[in-house]
Design a protein. Structure first.
Length: 76
């Protein structure tokens, strides 16, 4: 069962409460998304560390319920 954009935002904000999340459904199928995530927590972390935090927040759903997810992270 695919994840909705709202469910993705909820999962990210549970782990990164101050995050602002913008999501685009790239194919209109609730399975291919791109996102921009902004948070103070990303400050002083490299991009790999930032992306790991986001993927960890998805609690194993990446590759299962969520097929494709392109992310861009930024510090607030």
């Amino acid at each position: 069962m695919p994840l909705s954009a709202q469910e993705i935002i909820k999962l990210i904000k549970e782990s990164i409460p101050d995050a602002t999340v913008e999501i685009k459904d790239l194919a209109g199928d609730n399975n291919h998304y791109s996102a921009i995530i902004r948070s103070k927590i990303f400050e002083n972390l490299n991009k790999i560390q930032q992306h790991k935090l986001v993927y960890k927040s998805l609690k194993g759903k990446m590759g299962n319920e969520l097929h494709a997810f392109s992310i861009k992270t930024e510090s607030k």
